[in-house]
Design a protein around this ligand. Sequence first.
Ligand SMILES: CC(C)(C)c1nc(N2CCN(c3ncccn3)CC2)c2cc(C(N)=O)c(N)nc2n1
Length: 327
Amino acid sequence: MDLQFAEKKVKDLHNLLNQYNYEYHVLDQPSVPDAEYDRLMRDLIELEEQFPELKTEDSPTQRVGGEILDMFEKVEHQSQMLSLGNAFNEQDLRDFDRRVRQGAGENVTYVCELKIDGLAVSLRYEDGLFILGATRGDGSIGENITANLKTIRSIPLRLKENVTMEVRGEAFMPRRSFEKLNKAKEENGEEPFANPRNAAAGSLRQLDPRLAAKRNMDIFVYGIANVGDTGIVSHSEGLNYLDSLGFKTNKERKRCKSIEEVIDYVEGWTDKRPNLSYDIDGIVIKVDSMESQEQLGTTAKSPRWAIAYKFPAEEVVTTLRDIELSV
Ligand SMILES: CC(C)(C)c1nc(N2CCN(c3ncccn3)CC2)c2cc(C(N)=O)c(N)nc2n1
């Protein structure tokens, strides 16, 4: 096979493997059996061995790669990753709504999102290529965990448009992966993780990407850091745009025309949490209009146009026996 034909074959395989990966891990609707995906991957690996000059950084074969690091480099976020103020009850939500309407006018629409209990990360893309992934850190400086984030199959290595942008999301470990991981740890006499959030944090901090790859993590992206450059006028439009680029966003989000609707949404999810395949620790409520967000602005730490409603911590029922064992 000559180089020119091989180049076309490699390009076709990239497109097919990216599409099948997207269908499986983002849409959860695979259109081909795993065996077909594996066969195409083997073809691409062979071609890259035969023609090393055709192996590119964004190749589907490069998800689990890179050397074992001895530490993580520090990364400065292009724009600060803000914190979120908390609401603990209905009155807190009504107070938030009153402040929003005082600052941005009566006619406000909110977007409610499940608050995924993982860890916040930042993903930087240049000309459509995933080039840098970092932990939130202290909001300004995080750690470069690009190699580990590349192992999360729902993170596109190349976007459907060649845009340059930074997106924010919550990386998490699905409950099933968490239970499987802890079972293996206990069988090896190792200390299990306390919860999926700690398991995700521990997995993303692996210095060997091959170990991170085995942890079956996932991500929901929830915002565009430099949204001002995109001409997008609302948060919900921004999330739909992220969907169109190939990102995985959480589909349970809902636009609410009043705080009453927000309260109904919050109450609805309080009981439905166990039905989810991942942990959530609350609901994030955001003003939808970007113009209103700008009018409201931010404090030094967090936006005035968003708040996190936190579910009451699960009361742990401690039996007498547990107390006896703990003394
Ligand atoms: C962009 C804003 C600030 C509005 C924002 N900030 C978030 N977070 C900030 C605080 N974060 C944080 N993390 C650690 C320590 C302090 N703050 C963790 C992310 C969001 C987290 C989620 C989620 N988890 O599902 C979400 N759907 N939307 C978010 N939106």
